[in-house]
Ligand binder design. Structure first.
Ligand code: ZN
Length: 292
């Protein structure tokens, strides 16, 4: 299933995208939670009820009539991975890490497809990173990689938008990776039962129609299952946690001269078997300033 969070006539809820329509689970299966994290917390029986609602026809809306939101509106954690494709490591000139390079993107960075993300007031060194995203479906700890599949709800497409000067000027990447709007994700979560092998998916990123990144998740150094094992060794993974798995080569900082994003650029990222997200770049608006 393609699980979506959408807004229709002022109400935000979850559904299942089917072709050009979305099955509105709040109408087709009103007993289910209306929010994605609560839906995952309700377990396999909720997934089965959603599947039955889709098969039963369900109440449907045109996809064009709803606004897609980030599938997880506010992930409990966004645990991203740096330097996880050999070709990207080569373009950075850094060494291949012995352990996954984990950093946080703040959960407030979550952002939908179709809505522009910000060129910050604080920087012009704005960059894109097309990535496969893992979405955790079950509360878990100490998950061996052989069983990681059991805790993964599904997969999504992520743009790990990066502010390179802020990322590089101190040893931790957190500030440069966490600006508001800098984690576009979606358009939906494809449930893991529909992704036979998450490590055989073509990934492409275009900027203004120019193909910049073209790789395959088979080139991940630490794969999705390795990452679940590694992260859950230290802390509990929760339903709705999102793991952007790293980006291949072709990001703006890898070009000479560098190709920073500017206002009006459009970034589109597609992953085979999942879908695509597209976001324009807009200057950070004055109203982001908020004190009290
Ligand atoms: Zn990244």
């Amino acid at each position: 299933m393609k699980l979506v969070t959408f807004t229709h006539e002022g109400s935000t809820r979850i559904g299942v995208a089917v072709g050009e329509e979305v099955v509105d689970l709040s109408a087709a299966a009103p007993e289910l939670p209306r929010e994605m994290i609560a839906f995952f917390e309700a377990g396999d029986s909720a997934l089965e009820a959603a599947r039955a609602a889709v098969e039963g026809g369900g109440d449907r809306l045109a996809l064009s009539a709803v606004r897609l939101e980030a599938p997880i509106l506010r992930p409990p954690k966004i645990l991203a991975v740096g330097l996880n494709y050999a070709d990207h490591i080569a373009e950075t000139g850094l060494d291949t890490p012995q352990h996954p390079v984990i950093f946080n993107k703040q959960s407030t960075a979550a952002h939908p497809t179709g809505v522009p993300f910000h060129l910050p007031r604080a920087s012009t060194k704005l960059d894109y990173e097309g990535e496969l995203g893992i979405v955790i479906g079950k509360r878990c700890r100490h998950v061996p990689k052989e069983r990681a599949r059991e805790v993964i709800a599904g997969y999504t497409v992520i743009n790990d938008v990066s502010v390179r000067d802020w990322q590089a000027r101190v040893p931790t990447m957190t500030m440069g990776k966490s600006f508001d709007t800098h984690c576009p994700m979606g358009p939906w979560i494809v449930t893991s039962d529909e992704i036979e092998d998450p490590h055989a998916l073509e990934l492409k990123t275009w900027v203004n129609g120019e193909l910049r990144q073209h790789s395959n998740t088979k080139h991940l150094i630490f794969d999705a299952f390795d990452l679940v094992e590694h992260l859950s060794t230290a802390f509990t993974l929760e339903p709705g946690d999102v793991i952007p798995t790293g980006t291949p080569s072709g990001v703006g900082i890898g070009f000479k001269p560098r190709k920073w994003l500017v206002e009006g650029d459009v970034v589109r990222i597609a992953i085979e078997g999942i879908g695509e997200i597209e976001n324009a770049v807009v200057a950070e608006p004055a109203e982001t300033t908020r004190i009290g």
